[in-house]
Design a protein around this ligand. Sequence first.
Ligand code: ADP
Length: 402
Amino acid sequence: MSHVLTLNAGSSSLKFGFFRLNGTVEDPDPRIVGSIERIGAGERAHIKAKRQDGFVLIDQEFGRNHVPDHDTALARAVEFLKEQRPQAKLDAVGHRVVHGGPDYDEPVELTQTVMDRLAQFEPLAPLHQPHNLAGARAALKLFPEAVQLACFDTAFHRNHPWVNDTFAIPRKYYDQGVRRYGFHGLSYQYISETLHQIAPHLHMGRTVVAHLGNGASMCGLMGGRSVASTMGFSALDGLPMGTRCGQLDPGVLLYMLMNEGMTPAEIEDELYRKSGLLGLSGLSNDMRTLEAAGTEEARQAIDYFVFRIRRELGGLVAALGGISTMVFCGGIGENSALIREKVCAGMGWIGMELDETRNMRNERIISTDFSRVRILIIPTDEEIVIARAARDMLARRAEAAA
Ligand code: ADP
């Protein structure tokens, strides 16, 4: 029996998934999924994990400073998994890596050469890539026998048209790698594959996916492939997010630099950690808190979030030349009836008609029977995309060895 571990290292968190493979074709079977949050010196980290049936296996805080870095977090996660599955041998470890740069448009085995190449993309994603690679280095040490692979958030978008890949600045920057990469690719791939399974005729058409979580972006798909997306060079562009600004006139950066005298590090902190819903509401980055708050600022933060989604929706529909399906996913997209209702309000002109009752119940299809555009909720699952990639890589290696 083969097993796969999936790892998704964020700036202060590590998500892990333990999958059993039942052959080379069947979907990997998720046995345990969990996370360690609040990794860092002086913090009290928290581990949570459940079985696929929802049974909670652990929900526990560590002592202060017990999980100061990602190496320790991985060691803790592995200890826990070994307690749960002492007999299981790991055949592959799949890593979510934010940036594959211009090179990688599919998962790749993590050799030293690949690791070195990926480290060169650190300046392109300074808040994510170093953590992803730290997780990969730690796993390479812990599981030298397992196949290790990287699955990229950028890969799904690599073949989008050139006009969506570039900025109108001197060409040398494009050659240096200053491009519109687009992110959340593992989520979009999951949605695309799921559409293919559940509604192949919709998959063939024009789809706009709104991945609305703490990080948020939208993607236009034609025949299941990325045509345009709202995130660009970094994970800052496009929609406003929990703490990230979203679309911004670059003149604002010049203002911060020249008039406010801010340092690059201060600007980075302002745009990544203090902006978005948090910056506008002055209250929280969490949509549930904002929906419950009822203050003018919280309402305005929600209004801006919705306004940007609607603008981007119009832009993506124009880029696609129409729309047949709209998909909501991510923590907000899957759970907030209010946001979905506000996004879809008055969108009859592009054929979108939301069914109020289905929307309130978070049903799979939330459009009316007469809506020209199908509106769906599809809970996303980035981990299974990584596990499938690991399954396929193991199968290819076995075939090559035979
Ligand atoms: P991440 O990008 O960190 O993976 P998630 O996809 O988990 O984020 O989404 C987190 C967001 O989803 C938070 O803003 C949270 O408030 C929001 N959310 C979760 N459940 C609900 C709900 N029932 N109503 C409104 N917002 C929700």
